[in-house]
Design a protein around this ligand. Structure first.
Ligand SMILES: Cc1ncc(COP(=O)(O)O)c(C=O)c1O
Length: 385
């Protein structure tokens, strides 16, 4: 069921853009956060049906769209949300940018937990706001939060851009950690923008939407989409959950100013379809990803002990501590590209705090991962000599 699809020639970022991204063609791409796997049949059918109607003009968000989101949150996370809290959007990164416009002024401080998905940093910097960096702590294969530093930063912050679960570390924050962050934000009147785009892919524990916690309603915006979960990111359809009417109004004003009102007709029907009939596929996908991550962890542990694999808790991304290879960041990237023939994301591209790490995308077939691991092992053997 989860075979890698041939994607070359479809204009896809992952396979068709290697030369521009890595400076060489022909390497195995394991980078950008989408999967080589077909979207669920229910999504394909809904898109084909919609495409068979030949007018692809301005589209509105349907009752089924809103109800799908309400039911998804209720059944998957036990969070009962009201329809009026939902604001449809064209992408989570757009929401990060519009939130910064809506809730901060130039030079205001915004907390970001680094290393982080790069638009978290660029959205702050591009708007002339200050990044207040709360560096995550990576020690012995464990990721943790420095709460003293977080509170110090919260004292001078207006906004906190939370990534939950966290990309690139694949860390799923516990309820206690989320409560602690929320309490601090509440105390210092910091608005929380929670990017939970990876929250359907959490393994071994259940995801707690921070917005569902007591104290959260007044200060939290939750950003989500079916895009990562069902591999439909190209449809540019996401949404926010904003219980506080004032925050919702402020966000919606920026959204309207940007001219983003009309929806993507294919994104709308795909969301309706996957939230209605995609759960079985999702559960099977999770089994596949767990199998992939177990394979990677045990291969590297056994054959490449210089690399420490962080526990894969969420997402289809894995976080590899390569500091044991003794290479600087440039050498590390070049080693992966030119010696191992692999296109991963360099940890340093997620900020200084990612130095010495690499991010591996396991949203593919086991065959491709086996090929990748064999290439990596052979390259390491040469370095060891
Ligand atoms: C944490 C996170 N947020 C947002 C995005 C992108 O979201 P969108 O395509 O909806 O802008 C990604 C994609 O990798 C991501 O990892």
């Amino acid at each position: 069921m989860f075979e890698a699809i041939e994607r070359k020639g479809t204009g896809c970022s992952k396979w068709d853009n290697l030369e521009a991204k890595f400076g060489v063609d022909g390497i195995l791409p394991l980078w950008v956060a989408d999967m080589d796997l077909a979207a669920p049949k229910v999504a394909q059918d809904a898109i084909i049906k919609r495409a068979s109607h030949p007018v692809y003009a301005y589209s509105m968000y349907t009752d089924k769209f809103y109800q799908g989101i309400i039911d998804w949150y209720d059944s998957r996370f036990g969070w009962k949300i009201d329809r009026e809290w939902i604001v449809p959007e064209h992408g989570v990164v757009i929401s990060l940018n519009l939130s910064i416009e809506a809730f901060t002024n130039p030079n205001d401080g915004i907390i970001v937990q680094t290393p982080i998905y790069p638009p978290f940093l660029s959205s702050v910097e591009n708007h002339g706001r200050r990044v207040l960096e709360n560096r995550l702590v990576f020690k012995d294969g464990q990721t943790s939060i420095d709460f003293d530093d977080f509170e110090a930063k919260a004292k001078e912050a207006k906004l906190f851009l939370l990534c939950s679960p966290h990309n690139p570390s694949s860390r799923a924050w516990t309820r206690e950690e989320l409560e602690q962050m929320l309490t601090i934000c509440h105390k210092h009147s910091v608005v929380v923008i929670a990017d939970e785009i990876h929250s359907d892919l959490v393994f071994g524990s259940s995801h707690t939407p921070i917005g569902s916690l007591p104290q959260a309603k007044e200060i939290t915006l939750t950003l989500h989409a079916p895009s990562k979960t069902f591999n439909i990111a190209g449809l540019n359809t996401s949404y926010l959950i904003i219980p506080n009417a004032k925050l919702r109004e402020a966000y919606s004003t920026e959204h309207k100013k940007a001219g983003l009102d009309s929806g993507n007709p294919f994104g709308i029907v795909a969301l309706e379809a996957v939230y209605d009939g995609g759960e079985e596929w999702l559960e099977a996908l999770k089994v596949h990803l767990v199998k992939n991550s177990k394979y990677i962890s045990s291969f590297i542990k056994e054959k490449i002990p210089e690399i420490i694999v962080y526990k894969h808790q969420a997402t289809f991304l894995m976080w590899l501590d390569c500091r044991g290879l003794g290479l600087d960041d440039k050498e590390l990237s070049e080693f992966f590209i030119h010696k191992a023939g692999l296109g991963l994301n360099a940890g340093i591209s997620f900020g200084e705090a990612g130095s010495g790490f690499m991010r591996l995308n396991i949203g593919t077939s086991i065959d491709i991962l086996e090929k990748a691991m064999n290439q990596l092992e052979s390259a390491i053997k040469v370095v060891r000599k």
